[in-house]
Design a protein around this ligand. Sequence first.
Ligand SMILES: [Fe+2]
Length: 407
Amino acid sequence: MKIDRDQFLEDGYVILREVIPPDRLEELRRAYELLVERQKVIWARERGPDDPPGGQWETNAQPRLMLGGMADEIDAQTAAAVEIWLHENVQGVSSQLLGVEDAGVTEMMLMCSPVRDHETGGHRGWHRDFYPPHAAPLQGYTDDILENGPRYVQWNLPLYDDSVLWVVPGSHNRFNTAEENEALNADPRRPLPGAIQVHLNAGDGVPYILPLLHWGSRYNAQMRRTIHGGFSEFSHYEDLSYLEHLSPAAQATFRRWNGRSDQTFAQIEAALRAVIGKDGAGYLAALEGLHPGRGEKGRLLSTIFLSKSAKRVHQLKSPHFDRLPALEQGWATHIHPITLHWGRPMADRFTPEESDALWARFKYVDDLVQAEEEQWTPGFQGEATRYYFEEVPEALRVEGFVASFGD
Ligand SMILES: [Fe+2]
């Protein structure tokens, strides 16, 4: 498939026609619908005491399948739902767009229409797909993208015609404008100035760069089945027991990605250990292993991500972990490879004493990405916080962090 990477990097997205070959569409719809039916059984079984009989299927504004956690539901009849992610038009194009040899799938999901209309209440408006306190200020991303290209490409791939998504071209590379902030504060559920509605026919796809300002414009009961997920060199697979149902080539691909995932885990651990050991050269070497050839801005973004990982390792090793707010606990245990977070498996690699030393050093970074007063910028996930939404302070540099280790 012919793609224009320069246009993608400039606009932050690109619309591609017939990503799903037309002769594969019916088969794919059937596979995904079967997964929906199987997931509905699970949601009904797991419903809360106050939920309707269908549980999440009935209550959620956007019921979403997470294929990574559905190993038992993936079999010969539904394998096509996974295999499409490995198609040249999806995986090969993702590698081209990221400028890497072998992009690995990080999330495989399906966004579904809700059973009833959720006109405004059900979902947030325009946003960038991250929350700075859990990841990094926007500038961390934009500087890294301008220096090295994006680390992650997200996809919408509808099985039925879909014009839900709106985007602001070029917004992945810059802060919100004053005009955008004004519009977002007035009503985050209306088209922003310069925004474009993405019209996709069944089988078309739109890959986009994560910090892009975008909006899912409707959450009503009109039939929607849109494949959603992304690619990166950082991935994690919670359960690959379904591999036997895939083609030999697909099995080999997932095994290769899973091997790389183990390496990523080891490199993150090595980076954290170097910090505990006050080993600046070791830290830089571990970052180089994590993403070879990235420049200063890439190392800085990874360092900010790792400061959050250090905080979570420290939280998980604390005897008071159970007293943290449920939301904090959830974030600490969440595994999110593209921001280098590995939850409990990573915390398990360290003693409480090591985690104290780790957090004591990374606090240097954490202190620099927050202010004394609460911050708020519209168009992000999450609430007001002391962490900066957009700017990375000039004072924060990898060499300064390394120098702060002392000896
Ligand atoms: Fe989003």
